[in-house]
Structures are given as C-alpha cells and as structure tokens.
Design a protein around this ligand. Structure first.
Ligand code: F6R
Length: 364
C-alpha cells in the first residue's frame, strides 16, 4: 500500500497536492471562483462568536483559522485545546458557532467538548476526515476533509485539508456577512486554487531537506519561529519533530523570543525560522537576527526573494515557492513535515508508529 514510499507518512506528505485539490474542489466553484458550502439550516451571517476546539495538529489548524475568521469575517474567535476547554467554564452565549476540528472524529476530549457545546445551545460545525465518525454524526454543519485514510500516526495531509476547508468557511462567512464582495471572493478563491501547484513546488525541495537533516539530527533542542498565520506552523513543526524524531522542540511566536526563550540560544540550538516574504517578513527577520547575534544556528525557510535578502549566515536555507500570504500556512506545512520526517529517518526511529502514541486518542 505504500507503493514506492518508505513510510506511510512520506506517502501522505506527497499526497497533499492531490487531496488538498480534492478538498478545495468540494468547497469552491472554479467556474466563477466562488465559495460553495454544503447546505445547512442556520444563518451563518448572524453568528456572533466562533469557539474553536481541537487537539494536537487539528488545534494548530484552528489557530491558523482564527486569523482568517478575524481577517475576513470580522468575527471574534475563542480557541482552546479540548482538554482545557472542557474543564474551564467557557462563556457560550446565544448565537455562537462551536467549531470542532478532528482527523479521526473520535478524539475523546474533543467529542466531549462538542457534546457540552451542544447542550449549551451552540450551533455545531465539524471539520472531520472520517465521515462516519461520532463527531460527523453530531454536527449541524458537517464539513468533511477529503484527505483519504491517514495511516501514519503523525498527522500531515489531514492538516492541510483542514486548512483548505477552514479558509473556505471563513470566506463563506465573510460573503454572507457582506464583508467580502464578489471581486474579493473571487480573488480569495483564486489564491486558494493556487495551493495544489504551490504544494507541488514545495515538495520539489524534498531532496534538499533530506540533505540537511543531519544538521538537525544531533540536536537536543530545536526552536521553531513564525509570525501571524505562520506562527501555528512553528508549533506544528515542533510537534512533528518531537513526535517522530524524539528531539525536544518548541514553537514560538517570533516576537516573543526576547521575552524569555532567547536565553536558550547558543551554538548548539538550531532555530528554524518560517518567514515567507510578505507584510510580516521584515519583523520576523529582525527576530532572526537577534537569534543569530547570540550564536543561534538558523535554518531559514522562505521564498527566493526572502532568502536573497536574509539567507546569508544561516546554517541552511529551504526554498519555498513565492505564494500569497493566504496559502502560506498550507505551503509551509510541507517543509516542516519533511524536515521532521528526514530527521527521523537519519535517527532511524519508527516514523509511522512513534513510541507512546496512538492514531486516535479515545481516552480522556
Ligand atoms: C499530531 C497528531 C495528534 C492529533 C491529535 C488530534 O501529529 O497526530 O496531535 O492531531 O491527537 O487528533 P484528531 O485530529 O483525530 O482529533
């Protein structure tokens, strides 16, 4: 079933252009570049607050979506991991949409949070990859991802498909609220439809990433930095590395470094910086310079323009295609997944079945 691939994780990373295209295809109409969601029987323009709940990688997809809901639909977003959400006393006012994101649709804490929100009278939306799952059955608005079965324990293709659905949902809400006109909608849709080709272009750098994995493999700790919608990708990159290579890694908002974590920096700590060129580039690069000034070993992930401007003095660079900021979180998922994958291969760990982890966490 793995075909020419060594691992399911590797196969699933490479499936992303196809499955993201499939997923986008079911939420976007190419004929007129518009968003087309499945039928549902509530008025999304009246939603006053979105509460996002998920775990792990699915939670990071939610963190990216928060930027999009705020930017496009101007709706306040509350987001939490399910195990925390359940045991605080969240304020769930009338007119709220509770949005659950899950590959399996069976994660115990997320499912319990869903039932709690249902009882509290929230409208329930679910982004899920297993259409027959418990969460799918309990949704008012079911938004399937079309990633196909994900076998590798570390989530990869489910994540980028979740991002595709969430971007479409945020745009749909903006349209319904009258905050996105036809022209803007068609631009957003056109950018989203560029994602599969850009994912392919990102995958072209697989061999470069494999060739530099030995620089990361000996590290005891690795930091990942990003800003804005790419900050959750730093969290995701760190999670992937922890899960399959067992190297301690942390993701930070680039601007938060100077508030503490910069004390960790020395020449033994690789720092992976995610910095697509765009409105946040200069800020992220200045945080990167602070790291470098303290001996930090920077791996810069950016496009050709960004690398030309800031790549000098890095221990390695990873080139990405130049993309619109909207799709950067999807495209930059590829290098962080591949980096974790190749580092794990160098270390010889069990990539598809990492120790202590289960594919579906049905215990609380
Ligand atoms: C990360 C990973 C986990 C899951 C988390 C949620 O690679 O696989 O962090 O993302 O357990 O699982 P789902 O999405 O099935 O609810």
């Amino acid at each position: 079933e793995k075909g020419n691939y060594r691992h399911f994780m590797q196969k699933e990373i490479f499936e992303q252009p196809t499955v993201v295209a499939q997923t986008l295809g079911s939420y976007l109409r190419q004929a007129d570049n518009s968003v087309a969601l499945p039928q549902f029987d509530f008025d999304i323009s009246t939603i006053r607050r979105v509460t996002i709940v998920a775990c792990g990688t699915s939670y990071y997809a939610g963190l990216v979506a928060k930027y999009w809901f705020e930017q496009f639909a101007r709706v306040p977003v509350d987001i939490d991991v399910a195990s925390e959400f359940r045991y605080r006393e969240p304020v769930l006012e009338d007119g709220g949409l509770a949005l659950f994101i899950s590959q399996s649709g069976e994660t115990a804490d997320t499912l319990a949070a869903l039932r709690h929100c249902k009882e509290a009278g929230q409208t329930i939306a679910v982004v899920v990859n297993v259409p027959t799952s418990s969460m799918a059955r309990e949704a008012d608005l079911l938004l399937p991802t079309h990633a196909g079965p994900e076998i590798g324990v570390a989530s990869t293709k489910a994540f980028t498909c979740q991002l595709a659905v969430l971007a479409a949902l945020a745009a749909h809400m903006a349209v319904k609220k009258g905050l996105m006109n036809r022209e803007e909608e068609s631009e957003v849709v056109a950018h989203l439809l560029e994602a599969p080709a850009s994912l392919n272009a990102a995958l072209d750098h697989d061999e470069d990433i494999a060739a530099m994995a030995h620089l990361i493999a000996p590290a005891r700790d690795v930091l990942y930095l990003g800003r804005g919608p790419d900050y959750p990708l730093a969290l995701e990159g760190a999670l992937k590395l922890k899960e399959i290579s067992y190297i301690h890694a942390e993701g930070y908002a680039a601007g938060e470094m100077k508030h503490g974590p910069i004390a960790l920096i020395d020449d033994q700590v690789p720092v992976v910086v995610l910095a697509p060129s765009g409105p946040l580039f200069e800020k992220t690069v200045s945080n990167m310079e602070e790291v470098r000034a303290r001996g930090g070993q920077v791996v810069l992930i950016s496009d050709a323009e960004g690398l030309a401007e800031a790549g000098e003095g890095c221990i390695a660079t990873i080139e990405m295609p130049k993309v619109h900021p909207l799709i950067a979180p999807l495209v930059y998922a590829i290098p962080v997944q591949l980096l974790a994958y190749h580092v794990a291969c160098v270390k010889g760990t069990d990539v598809d079945q990492p120790r202590n982890l289960a594919k579906s966490v049905t215990v609380e």
